[in-house]
Design a protein around this ligand. Structure first.
Ligand SMILES: [Zn+2]
Ligand SMILES: [Zn+2]
Length: 304
């Protein structure tokens, strides 16, 4: 499973309908947070995101994306956590995040590691990578793509039985791409009973940004793009001045990148809860669009 839970979907300030930025990604029992605005820990409780995670990825250090980390780490300390937590962010990570986690007089009871990332960095995990790309927001900002590795092709057990290969370790070896020799001397190649490798899933998070080429490239063919849409087209000039995107611009990025689905977030408090005008504007360009609200859960299935 690969699931996103939108913890906060508003821009700049919390409102009754929307908290400030926070996004939880859950995959195979692992939870990763992207951004951690004020009040994120309470949103996690509300929407059932466990505190057992070990990593937070920050897109930048505007207050609406970071102020929640202080309280969240304190609460984890009160829960007698001992496992380390790693905080990632663009240039300035040591200075800003160290300040944020040192506020107050309590000491962190568990190790916190701070890692500064640059566009182009690729963090390799067992079966996925986190790819860091440059964004454009009048500050040091980055976006993130979670890119799953290619999966093994589908194994066809009925074909194996037809070939007289008994279920057991040989199946595993064939599935992983090994050619085997049976006791009767026959040589069996994986292609005889394993399909082509299947692509993994890609999820991309823009953070705050103007539409930009590195983001389009990172999102090329992605299964899901989470893009900020702070404004509607009537505020295009303001979007340009403040380094944000309009809903139509975000939809254009989704179209150009050829993604499957688009979720808009970071909605300005000037719009109503459902922001129908932003939705209409975006869908005119890219129909597979929804607008996030706090608590929204989006599953990202395998394409096949
Ligand atoms: Zn913001
Ligand atoms: Zn910002």
């Amino acid at each position: 499973m690969l699931t996103l839970t939108f913890l906060g979907t508003g821009a700049a300030v919390p409102t009754i309908d929307r908290n400030v930025s926070g996004l939880a990604l859950q995959r195979e029992g692992e939870t990763i947070l992207f951004d951690c605005g004020e009040g994120t820990q309470r949103q996690m409780m509300r929407y059932g995101v466990a505190f057992s995670f070990i990593e937070i990825f920050f897109t930048h250090y505007h207050a609406d994306h970071i102020l929640g980390v202080t309280g969240l780490l304190r609460t984890m300390g009160l829960q007698d956590r001992t496992a380390p937590v790693t905080l990632y962010g663009p240039r300035g990570a040591q200075r800003v995040l160290n300040t944020a986690i040192s506020l107050g007089i309590e000491r962190n009871k568990f190790p916190v590691e701070i890692v500064e990332l640059r566009p182009g960095d690729r963090l390799a995990r067992e079966d996925y990578d986190i790819v860091v790309f440059e964004t454009e927001h009048r500050a040091d900002t980055i976006g993130y793509a979670l890119v799953e590795h290619t999966r093994l092709g589908r194994f066809h057990p009925e074909r194996a039985r037809e070939l007289g290969i008994a279920e057991g370790p040989l199946w595993g070896r064939l599935h992983k791409g090994e050619t085997i020799v049976l006791e009767d001397g026959r040589s069996i190649a994986p292609a005889d009973l394993v399909g082509d490798p299947r692509p993994g899933r890609t999820v991309v998070y823009s953070g705050d940004t103007r539409p930009c080429l590195p983001l389009i490239e990172a999102a090329r063919g992605a299964d899901l793009l989470v893009h900020e849409a702070t404004f509607g087209s009537e505020e295009l000039e303001r979007a340009r001045e403040t380094g944000h995107s309009t809903a139509a611009e975000a939809a254009r990025v989704a179209l150009d990148a050829g993604v499957r689905r688009l979720v808009l977030t970071h909605i300005s408090p000037r719009y109503t809860r459902d922001a129908p005008e932003l939705l209409a504007e975006a869908r005119a360009v890219f129909p597979e669009t929804i607008i996030a609200r706090d608590g929204l859960i989006v599953d990202v299935p395998f394409p096949d």
